[in-house]
Design a binder for this molecule. Structure first.
Ligand code: PLP
Length: 507
């Protein structure tokens, strides 16, 4: 893969490019050692011109840099395989972002690519019509949650994921509604909840549920008023971020488990009081987009108890946490509580095609009139074929266990190199690094997190800079990362860590 250090050290164009004064951070020039062999002979001018041409073209298309949603410093990626991405100059990067848990099987995982290419020769597009892959996928999604469909014929054993979950509630009849994106599936769940019982939807402060017009106010965006000019504020309650169990930065300055999740008490009291006006509580079992913050299980179990008492629905947004990323098919089930509706997306399409689904209680989803949420591209034959292969992989191989082992290895490595001024956490195939700075100041924590994320990128490992205050770095390895890629990632993370340790040493 990457050439070793000495070989690359002979490769002078990088240094000359640096001398030319190109923005080092923006272009993410790698340190020597990561140039893809075939491009080694590119002269500096040619490299510069390739980069300039892509930058000029992207600049002409985007009104501002921010519109590209590019936290990766202007890299233009060309291809990917497994856990590795290559940019237009052939430089390799170990991808520990997986598109926020969309590409859990890495890039171009052969069984998924095969499913896609095979089915593309079988049938083309269908809008809403039935086809075998859609029926099978709906059956399997029902079987993988706690909702069985009592009208369903007995399925062969290999079709049932229920055994893996071990949390099936007998007698509940379920339904599945497909959508294309995660936001749209959250809207489906919200609409069904409203049709089931009118009222407000309550979502929790730092959560993220999408950027469609309806979901943006539920997503704690920087400027919610501007982002959602037409959604009536009376439709939702955004519970204060300062009362969320973010244990690494405890809002009530206590420590778990002695705290007994006291920070959640005001929410429970509010729910008890306001339940008649609330239709549903929407939660992420771990805050995916805000840095994989995992509340203690009791937090959700207690909310579930109160919502059950008052017939308030609970919707679990498992778009990031489900399908194995957090060590289980559904994190809510692993936490010991049962949602009424579960929303999945992202990795269901194997990182190849978009597909999402809202799975849950039939008596809730049946409140929606037929066709109320239909979409042209929902559950197309190709997307369903890929999704079926994703579920097959999760069912027939130990990917979830392997993902958790990789997560543990990264947590240990992060603790070794950064443990002295970071709190390392994460669950399943995730590793979180919370920067607290030498004196715990927010600004210093933010600087350190940002500096570390940029250094990782420069050293050739892609990570997410995250957290409600951008004080966290999150590593999300694909389940398929191989030993050599993992070793390379750990070595590069170590190099990035030593850079920031040096920077933060007192003068
Ligand atoms: C937890 C969660 N919910 C919902 C969404 C929205 O999904 P999409 O971008 O597919 O609309 C996201 C996307 O990042 C997410 O992370």
């Amino acid at each position: 893969m990457s050439p070793s250090g000495p070989k690359a050290a002979r490769f002078s164009p990088i240094n000359s490019l640096r001398c030319m004064g190109l923005a080092h951070e923006k272009l993410a020039y790698s340190p020597v050692g990561r140039i893809f062999v075939t491009k080694k002979s590119q002269p500096a001018d040619a490299m510069r011109s390739i980069l300039d041409s892509w930058r000029i073209r992207s600049g002409a298309l985007a009104a501002t840099d921010g519109r590209w949603h590019d936290p990766k410093y202007g890299i233009v990626f060309q291809r990917g395989q497994g856990a590795t991405l290559w940019d237009v100059l052939g430089r390799d990067y170990i991808d520990l972002t997986c598109g926020y848990s969309t590409a859990n099987f890495g890039h171009c995982f052969p069984p998924l690519v095969q499913a896609l290419s095979h089915h593309s020769g079988v049938i083309g597009h269908l809008t809403g019509e039935l086809h075998p892959a859609k029926i099978e996928l709906a059956e399997q999604l029902l079987a993988s949650t706690v909702y069985a469909n009592s009208n369903m014929p007995d399925l062969p054993e290999q079709h049932s994921l229920a055994a893996q979950i071990g949390n099936r509630v007998g007698g509940q009849t379920g339904r599945v509604i497909f959508n294309v994106s995660g936001s749209r599936a959250i809207e489906t769940a919200w609409q069904a909840a409203l049709a089931h019982r009118p009222g407000r939807i309550l979502c929790l402060g730092p959560g993220f549920h999408g950027r469609s017009m309806a979901t943006s106010p539920l997503s704690n965006l920087e400027s919610p008023e501007e982002a959602v000019p037409v959604v009536n504020r009376a439709a939702f309650i955004n519970w204060s971020s300062s009362e969320y169990p973010y244990c690494e930065r405890c809002p009530v300055q206590l420590t778990y488990p002695a705290c007994d999740t006291q920070c959640g008490q005001p929410l429970l009291e509010f729910l008890q009081r306001e339940a008649p006006s609330i239709s549903a509580v929407l939660v992420e079992p771990a805050l995916g987009a805000r840095g994989y913050i995992v509340p203690p299980n009791e937090f959700f179990i207690r909310i579930r108890r109160v919502t059950n008492e008052h017939n308030v629905l609970m919707i679990a947004d498992e778009i990031q946490t489900g399908l194995g990323r957090c060590g289980a098919m559904q994190l809510s089930a692993a936490q010991g509580w049962t949602p009424d509706l579960v929303v999945i997306g992202k990795s269901l399409g194997g990182g190849l095609l978009p597909i999402s689904a809202c799975v849950g209680r039939a008596d809730v989803l049946d409140c929606l009139p037929p066709m109320a949420v239909s979409e042209t591209f929902a559950a197309t034959p190709l997307a369903c074929a890929v999704a079926l292969e994703v579920l097959k992989q999760l069912r027939e191989s130990d990917w979830i266990e392997m993902g958790s082992q990789i997560g543990e290895k990264l947590r240990q490595s992060a603790a070794n190199c950064l443990g002295s001024f970071c709190t390392i956490g994460g669950i399943g195939a995730s590793c979180t690094i919370e920067f607290s700075g030498l004196d715990g100041r927010m600004e210093e924590s933010q600087n350190l997190a940002q500096t570390f994320a940029s250094a990782c990128c420069r050293h050739g490992v892609l990570v997410h800079l995250s957290g409600p205050w951008r004080t966290r770095v999150v590593l999300l390895p694909p389940f398929v990362i191989n030993q050599s890629e993992l070793a390379t990632a750990i070595e590069r993370l170590g190099r990035a860590a030593s850079e920031i340790i040096q920077c933060s040493r007192p003068e």
